[in-house]
Design a protein around this ligand. Structure first.
Ligand code: UTP
Length: 219
C-alpha cells in the first residue's frame, strides 16, 4: 500500500510536535510513504515581507516553496528511515522512494499550495490513499469560523468537495480547508482521500477508517 500524507505547515509546529508527528509517521504500516510538508506561519511571514519589498506573486510562491522544503528537512532530521534528500519534483520523489520507505518533500512549482502538490504526487505515484492533515476536523458546508451553523460532513463525493471549495474560493482571502486545484485533482484521480484534524494520534485512526468527529472521507 502506498500512502501520501500532507502535513499543513499550520499543524507542524515546534520541536516536540514535530517529534510526535515523526513517531506517528514511523508507525504507519505501509510499503511506501510520501510526506508533503507545508510552510505554515514561517512561509506567511517571509511572503508578507517579500511582498512589502516589491516581490511579484510568483517570486513569493518560490519563497513559500523554499520554506516548505526547510520544514521537510526538519522532519527528515528526526525520521529514522527517510531519505536525507528533499525531492524537487514528482519524478525525483518516485526515484528516491526506490531507496527508502519514506520520502519527505515540500512544494514543487508556483501557483498553488502543498495540498495540490500532495494530490498531484498521489496521482503520479499511484497512491492508494491521500491523507490531508489540516487545522479543522473535516470539510464543512461553509467556513465554520464564520458560520456556527455550517454543516460538517463525514463522507463526501469528490465532485461535492469541488463545489464546496469553489464556493469558498469566490470570497477573496478565504482560507479554504483544501485548495481548488487539489480538489480537482482528487476528483479526476479518484484516489480515496481523508481530510482530518492534524493531530499525531489521528493519523493511525484515519488509516484504520475511524474518522468520527475528526475528519471527512472523500471517495
Ligand atoms: P503551504 O502549502 O504551506 O500553504 O505553502 P498554506 O496555504 O500556508 O497552507 P497551510 O496553512 O500550511 O496548510 C506555502 C506557500 O508556498 C507556495 C505558496 O505560495 C503557498 O502559499 N507554494 C507551496 C507553491 O507555490 N507551490 C507549492 O507546490 C507549494
Amino acid at each position: 500500500m502506498k500512502i501520501v500524507l500532507s502535513l499543513g505547515g499550520s499543524v507542524f509546529g515546534d520541536v516536540d510536535r514535530i517529534k510526535k508527528f515523526a513517531e506517528a509517521i514511523e508507525e504507519i504500516n505501509c510499503e511506501k510513504l510520501f510526506v508533503v510538508v507545508g510552510g505554515g506561519k514561517t512561509a506567511r511571514e517571509y511572503i508578507n515581507k517579500a511582498r512589502k519589498l516589491g516581490a511579484d506573486e510568483t517570486f513569493c510562491d518560490y519563497i513559500g516553496i523554499g520554506v516548505t522544503r526547510l520544514n521537510a528537512m526538519l522532519l527528515i532530521s528526526t525520521l529514522k528511515d527517510a531519505v536525507k534528500k528533499v525531492p524537487k519534483d514528482f519524478v525525483e520523489a518516485y526515484e528516491l522512494s526506490k531507496m527508502s520507505r519514506i520520502v519527505v518533500m515540500g512544494g514543487t512549482f508556483p501557483g498553488h499550495t502543498t495540498d495540490a502538490t500532495a494530490a498531484l504526487l498521489a496521482e503520479f505515484v499511484g497512491a492508494d490513499l491521500l491523507l490531508n492533515a489540516t487545522s479543522v476536523n473535516g470539510v464543512y458546508s461553509e467556513d465554520p469560523r464564520k458560520n456556527k451553523n455550517a454543516k460538517r460532513f463525514e463522507r463526501l463525493k469528490a465532485n461535492e468537495l469541488v463545489e464546496i471549495v469553489r464556493r469558498g474560493e469566490i470570497r477573496a482571502g478565504s482560507s479554504n480547508v483544501i485548495d481548488l486545484l487539489a480538489a480537482k485533482i482528487i476528483e479526476r484521480s479518484k484516489i480515496k482521500t481523508i481530510i482530518f484534524l492534524g493531530e499525531p494520534e489521528n493519523i493511525k485512526k484515519v488509516i484504520e477508517g475511524d474518522v468520527s468527529g475528526i475528519g471527512t472521507v472523500i471517495e
